[in-house]
Design a protein around this ligand. Structure first.
Ligand SMILES: [Zn+2]
Length: 279
């Protein structure tokens, strides 16, 4: 276990003992923002070493530009968010505590316009800003769940010995997925961030509908997304209802697409095929 994680969990374990009932009873000890960022940084460094990452600077600049714009609106703690692209055809996105957000290349290539990309980013940022990510990590740690879940979800295979050691960072099981309430909340706050940032929030709904339709056509491609972010038509309908009630959400001045997004997407599509497509 890394030092930062070890420190936080030793401290939180002691606090849980004091309150006597632990996380399950809703008295999870608070992790400070500073601790949360340290945890996220540790975890992110591990993931960046072990996952196939897309290291194309122009691609990363574009994702970071849109992501940071949303994060500045979303997270009042003022922490710096970092956005990465996993070089995989599988459609997925995930967020680590402390503002480390990952999009898979497969997801980017399936977004039709910038409002869909911004929609997914806003949803993931919502999981961090609303502290779903850190709470899930704490729950996973508390339940002492296995770490193989991380690799099952992210890579679709069991970890090798080396990977297992590296992931013993603790908390891989945070990727076991969010609950429906967390999903709904991330959608709700995501809509608000999008409107404030000037993006058409309907992109979030249309993109989730695209994922639902992919689930019928190419289930294995979107399995990771659905196992970590339970997405149903009901949730999409709920998102549409939230949009309908949000002042300014239907304004004609909101951005749905840009030329910059289309050239970004073409660039990503032209990069060498990801390892899982070559297999
Ligand atoms: Zn989610």
């Amino acid at each position: 276990m890394s030092q930062a994680l070890g420190r936080v969990f030793r401290r939180t374990a002691a606090a849980a003992c004091l309150c006597g009932a632990g996380v399950a009873a809703g008295c999870a000890p608070a992790v400070s923002t500073q601790q949360e960022v340290a945890l996220g940084a540790d975890y992110s460094a591990q993931i960046n070493r072990q996952m196939p990452m897309l290291n194309d600077q122009a691609t990363l600049n574009y994702v970071n530009q849109i992501g940071s714009q949303l994060a500045a609106i979303a997270d009042p703690r003022g922490i710096r968010y970092h956005f990465y692209v996993v070089n995989s055809d599988v459609v997925n996105a995930f967020a680590l505590p402390g503002g480390y957000v990952y999009l898979n290349r497969g997801l980017i290539e399936r977004a039709d316009n910038v409002s869909e990309l911004a929609g997914v980013l806003a949803h993931e940022i919502g999981h961090v800003a609303e502290r779903h990510s850190i709470e899930q990590l704490q729950r996973a740690q508390n339940a002492n769940l296995g770490l193989n879940v991380l690799y099952g979800v992210l890579l679709g295979r069991n970890p090798s010995g080396v990977e297992q050691t590296a992931v013993q960072l603790g908390g891989g099981a945070m990727f076991a997925g969010y609950g429906r309430d967390a999903e709904r909340e991330a959608d709700r706050v995501g809509v608000a961030y999008l409107v404030r940032a000037g993006y058409n929030p309907n992109g979030m709904a249309t993109f989730f509908e695209e994922l639902l339709s992919m689930q019928q056509r190419q289930p294995s491609r979107v399995e990771q997304w659905f196992s970590t972010h339970p997405t149903t038509q009901e949730r999409v309908n709920n998102t549409r209802a939230i949009i309908a009630q949000t002042p300014g959400a239907q304004g004609g001045n909101l951005t749905t697409d840009t030329r910059a997004f289309q050239s970004f997407r073409s660039r990503v599509a032209s990069l060498p095929a990801p390892p899982d497509r070559r297999r």
